[in-house]
Design a protein around this ligand. Structure first.
Ligand code: OOG
Ligand code: NI
Length: 267
């Protein structure tokens, strides 16, 4: 049986929670005072622009459950390219998928990553569980550290593989919070460290989207040369503003996204 959209997100969520224990506490802080469930604005996944596992291979799983491609984004300094996808039901999370442009990276990075990708059985990419299947390769902590010096993104992918790297609370659907400032304050009062790259709040009402995020949890990974705790996944918060036609803006803001990527950097 194929995943439907709700099963797909339930599986992505369970897999995310398994390495992001703080997400439960975020729900308690923000959602416990309301009757309805917390609505997620979007999730994000990462990959490499290799033909076996590129952005389009991940996107196919969402297109199959009713998503449409809606926008593209370039991140020159980080050597990333991204697209976002939307479902006709606005309460279904939007999806942001990015890929690292390998040909722009060093020979050393490419050789580590290509050796990992060679270990993937091509048939698994089409399996229903691929988007939350984690790593399909052996990688050492030494290689992880080498990758870190060039690309935090590449290092994170090498350690964590295919999974949602964050879920995003839609502040628009929260009953007890109207501003991103009040959400951030509740998080800080609850002991969370926020990503301050580019300021605690990324974006503005003028660009129709305000975002903030926690710093990723630290979680243990079994590398081929031992077990080490490294940044796993984080939670984001988004408040969307209406366009001239009165409908909420549904896109992303590249300058803000550029900073959100850094939520998985080492503290
Ligand atoms: C995605 C970063 C961008 C947003 O909401 O702008 C993003 C990532 O960290 O993989 O999520
Ligand atoms: Ni995001």
């Amino acid at each position: 049986m194929h995943n439907n959209v709700d099963t797909l997100f339930a599986n992505l969520w369970d897999n995310y929670l398994s390495v992001t224990p703080s997400a439960v506490k975020v729900h308690e802080l923000l959602g416990s005072t309301q009757q309805d469930d917390v609505i997620n604005d979007h999730i994000a996944l990462r990959t490499f622009n290799h033909s076996k596992i590129g952005l389009e291979k991940l996107a196919a799983h969402f297109l199959a459950v009713g998503y449409k491609e809606c926008g593209e984004y370039h991140f020159e300094a980080k050597k990333l390219y991204a697209k976002h996808f939307e479902h006709s039901d606005p309460t279904k999370p939007k999806v942001f998928i990015s890929e690292l442009l390998l040909e722009q990276c060093s020979e050393q990075l490419q050789s580590i990553i290509n050796r990992m990708i060679d270990q993937i059985d091509p048939s698994v990419v089409e399996n229903d569980n691929f988007l939350y299947s984690g790593t399909h390769w052996q990688v050492s902590h030494e290689e992880y550290k080498t990758l870190l010096t060039e690309s935090e993104y590449a290092a994170w992918m090498a350690a964590w593989g295919f999974r949602a790297n964050h879920f995003t609370v839609s502040i628009n659907y929260l009953n007890n919070f109207d501003t991103i400032e009040s959400v951030n304050q509740a998080l800080k009062d609850g002991g969370f460290a926020l990503n301050t790259s580019g300021g605690e709040i990324k974006g503005s009402p003028e660009v129709l989207l305000e975002q903030s995020s926690t710093l990723a949890d630290e979680f243990s990974v079994k590398f081929s040369d031992g077990e080490f705790a490294i940044p796993s996944c984080f939670y984001e918060f988004a408040l969307r503003y209406p366009k001239a036609d009165g409908e909420l803006y549904t896109g992303f803001v590249a300058a803000s996204a550029d900073k959100i990527f850094e939520s998985t950097n080492a503290r």
